[in-house]
Design a protein around this ligand. Sequence first.
Ligand code: PRP
Ligand code: URA
Length: 209
Amino acid sequence: MGKVYVFDHPLIQHKLTYIRNENTGTKDFRDLVDEVASLMAFEITRDLPLKEVEVKTPVQTATSKVISGKKLGIVPILRAGLGMVDGMLKLIPAAKVGHVGLYRDPETLKPVEYYVKLPSDVEEREFIVVDPMLATGGSAVEAINSLKKRGARNIRFMCLVAAPEGVEELQKHHPDVDIYIAALDEKLNEKGYIVPGLGDAGDRLYGTK
Ligand code: PRP
Ligand code: URA
C-alpha cells in the first residue's frame, strides 16, 4: 500500500491558506503555488541518496556529499500540474520534465487523455507526478497508468490538496506509489470538487472561467 505523507511545514500550511482563499487573484495564486511547489520539492527530496566526493576548497581538499542514484523526472498533469513545475525545477534543475495531458469529463468525471511526452530514458528515472488536486483520483491513476505503460517503474505522486476518495483510489490502483500532499481535506461534493478545497485549480491558475 502506498504511504501518505502530509507536509506539515508551517510555511507550506501558511501559504496553502492563501491559495485556498477565494479572494486570492490569479497572479498571487500562481506565485503561491510556485512557492509551495518549491517547498514541497524540498520535503519530497529529503530521502534522496548521497555519495561522498572530494572537493578542493580554497583551503584544502574536503570530503563532501552530492546526490547520487536515479535521475529525477517531473511529470505535471496538464494543465494545472504545470503551475507546480517551475517551483520544483528551482530546487531540482537537473530533472527532466515529461507531460501528460488529461482533462476530466464534466459529466462522467472520467479522465480523457490528449497528450503524453516523456523523457526517452524513462526506465532509468524516478518520477514525481504532480497535480495540485487529487479529487476522485481518476486523473492521477490514468497518468500513472500512462507512465507505467511506457516503462516507468519508480513513481511518486505529489499534490496540494487531496480528498480521501482520491487517496483510496490511487492506493487501490497503484499500491507501489507513495502520495505526498499539503492537506488531506474532508470529502468530494456532488460535482466531484474537493471540500473545502480551493476550487478549480486550472481556472484559478490561468484565469479562465
Ligand atoms: C483537475 C485537476 C486534476 C483533476 C483532479 O484537472 O488539476 O488533474 O481535475 O480530478 P480527479 O482526481 O477527479 O481526476 P481538470 O480536469 O479540471 O483539467 P485542467 O487541469 O485542464 O483544468
Ligand atoms: N479539480 C479541481 O481543480 N478542483 C477540485 O476540487 C477537483 C478537481
